[in-house]
Design a protein around this ligand. Structure first.
Ligand SMILES: Cc1ncc(COP(=O)(O)O)c(C=O)c1O
Length: 405
């Protein structure tokens, strides 16, 4: 194995920049054995040690329910809601707490108009949680799912211009444009500001799945103006599984939630009066919260993770991961792999392709040596984060050449 060298940013990048906004390796904050090269954040991030401790303390509280007071049902979710809001430049009032991306998309589908003969625009090979719901809605309403083919977005030099191809697809028939910020297979980026403008110009709604980007790629709801935008927390938000966040634009705050639970109704703070049924909801996007959203073990873990992300700063995380990935991309090209061009790739996300295709067992062959990546579609995803260092990357390149031979 290679000798241990200083961690991120990659040595070459660090030397090239005096005032780099890079974040030093944060490997020590994760339970990451030296022999593990976890280049697989797109699959699942590790919890910060501190977040896992907070989650354990949270579950221990359930063993002693007298330590959980009625105000806790509200105060913890409110803090977490406000933290996520800062990640996407929104307000706490704009955010609902959901269990998954698919739940958030189901809320969107329930509340967006879509009529007979209209179209719902998606990308080719889009993630299923942001596809099936639209196929269902189209079938129910006599609408059509219009898929933007990857070939329409491909340009010279490996660049991929999704926005241009999406703009071609948006027209008077478009009811909903349902997209990610970057493609989950290879990280190719979607210019959501341009797409948002085009959708609004046609009176179409914009529903976003930010699961593969929120927390690592700056995103601003005021610039993009989505109708709905969801992010599961267990990847780039460094949060627990089964928790996510849904941004809801002001015009949809009077909408219909998927569930009618007690805590989203006005006055729920008074546990003695819950049977004073009311038509009124808690304010803002809270009406869309999932049932039992006051999750006493996941919420503290999410609070720690989001606080850390905000302390590091999303811009700095993105810059650090961009430098790391540029270096991986350069080395990947040297051994003949195809990489989306630097201009069309989300800085935090890398999908490598081989001209002759990838062996299906590539991930398991690398995993045998504790190097972890994933294959999605035609791409091997290499998605490092702040725990990644030069040793991890050297080990990946030490194995990948043989694996592709
Ligand atoms: C783009 C994208 N969206 C969403 C998810 C997770 O979806 P859900 O929260 O519905 O399980 C994933 C998981 O890989 C994903 O890659």
């Amino acid at each position: 194995m290679s000798t241990i060298r200083p961690a991120s940013p990659p040595a070459a990048e660090a030397a090239a920049s005096d005032s780099a906004p890079f974040i030093d390796s944060q490997r020590h904050l994760f339970d990451m054995p030296r022999e593990v090269a976890w280049l697989n954040c797109a699959y699942m991030s590790p919890l910060l040690i501190e977040a896992a401790e907070a989650g354990k303390a949270g579950i221990a509280r359930k063993a002693r329910p007298w330590t959980i007071t009625p105000p806790d049902f509200f105060s913890e979710p409110e803090r977490v809601r406000a933290l996520f809001a800062r990640i996407v430049n929104a307000e706490a009032d704009d955010i609902a707490i959901v269990p998954s991306a698919s739940y958030g998309m189901a809320v969107a589908a329930k509340n967006l108009p879509c009529g007979r003969g209209q179209e719902i625009v998606v990308l080719e090979d889009q993630f299923p949680s942001n596809y099936y719901i639209w196929a269902r809605l189209a079938a129910q309403r006599g609408a059509t799912v219009r898929t933007v083919p990857r070939a329409a977005a491909e340009r010279e030099g490996g660049e991929v211009d999704w926005a241009a191809a999406i703009l071609e697809a948006i027209g008077p028939a478009t009811a909903i444009v349902a997209l990610p910020h970057c493609h989950w297979t290879d990280g190719s980026l979607v210019d959501l500001v341009a797409v948002g403008q085009a959708a609004r110009a046609e009176g179409a709604a914009l529903a976003l799945d930010l699961t593969q980007s929120a927390g690592a790629l700056p995103f601003d709801v005021t610039a993009v103006q989505p109708d709905f935008a969801v992010a599961a927390s267990y990847k780039w938000l460094l949060g627990p599984y089964s928790l996510g966040f849904l941004y809801v634009a002001p015009q949809h705050r009077g909408g219909v939630p998927l569930e009618e639970n007690w805590i989203t109704r006005a006055g729920a703070e008074d546990f003695a009066r819950l049977v004073d049924y009311t038509e009124d909801y808690q304010s803002g996007a809270r009406r869309f919260d999932m049932g039992e959203r006051s999750n006493f073990h996941l919420m503290p873990a999410a609070e720690v993770a989001l606080t850390r992300l905000l302390d590091w700063g999303i811009e700095r995380i993105a810059a650090t991961l961009a430098a790391r990935n540029r270096e991986i991309a350069r080395r990947a090209r040297e051994i003949g792999l195809e990489v989306p061009g630097d201009r069309s790739r989300a800085p935090h996300y890398l999908g490598l392709r081989a001209a002759n295709g990838l062996p299906r067992d590539l991930p398991s062959r690398l995993a045998a040596d504790n190097v972890f990546v994933s294959v999605r579609g035609e791409s091997v995803r290499v998605t490092p984060h702040l725990w990644t260092d030069d040793v991890d990357v050297d080990r990946f390149f030490g194995l990948i050449g043989d694996a592709l031979a």
